[in-house]
Design a protein around this ligand. Sequence first.
Ligand SMILES: Nc1ncnc2c1ncn2[C@@H]1O[C@H](COP(=O)(O)OP(=O)(O)O)[C@@H](O)[C@H]1O
Ligand SMILES: [Mg+2]
Length: 251
Amino acid sequence: MRLVTSGVSKRFQGVTAVSDVSLECASGEIVGLIGPNGAGKTTLLNLISSLLRVDAGTITLDGRPVHNIGPRRIALAGVARTFQNIRLCPNLTVRQNIAIAYTTAQRHRRERLGGLTIERLMDQLGIAQSAEYKASELAYGTQRRVEIARALALAPDFLLLDEPTAGMIEGETQELVSAIMEIRDWMGCGVIVIDHDLSFITNLCERIYVLDMGRLVASGPPSVLRDDPKVAEIYLGRKARRQAAPSSTAT
Ligand SMILES: Nc1ncnc2c1ncn2[C@@H]1O[C@H](COP(=O)(O)OP(=O)(O)O)[C@@H](O)[C@H]1O
Ligand SMILES: [Mg+2]
């Protein structure tokens, strides 16, 4: 399958958050989306997951338009996501959080994956030992993995991850690279992942898209980060300047 955005744009009052962005992800592919804060990365995921309406352009799944169909229909069509600001039900247990999504997915999607069970998902994400804890009782990194398990419980064709390593310690980030690759191999889904951790992105992704001020400024294999001067200036250069100025409010 192919998920494609063609010339997608989104404005908020005076701000053009996403401008004429065309990208694609095929089944089994893991693609990265990077860029400075405010580049439009989350807005693009919000457009793909139909939380926001596009102002212009199209989003298609195997050629079928899926923009503006709403979050429930896009989830049932096979596109699942996690959020930059975790959105678990804090008073429900890990198992209950995942079960809600699991029972929402149409049975044919789950059956396609044979052994897709809540237990298997929890094992895959390393959260089985936390199954009966409330989401609010868990460390941040664990909550992020629960969110990924919940998204996968929809048996998606495409998984969208918004900063999955935020709040994780380094060992956890390494494990997440393997976990996402194993999930891709198991489910055959395509993955679009936003993250600020460039070593995580380069270890995980076959292809990277670089956004800046709403525009796609570069794309290619992970070496694009090193070799494309636009990326060095726009992304790495800016980051280097921020690091040189400890009083800045960079996040
Ligand atoms: N709901 C919104 N209303 C108004 N402006 C928004 C909204 N969401 C995002 N923006 C603006 O759009 C731009 C892109 O934001 P965002 O997509 O969150 O960037 P990123 O995820 O790359 O940090 C920013 O200027 C941000 O302030
Ligand atoms: Mg964001």
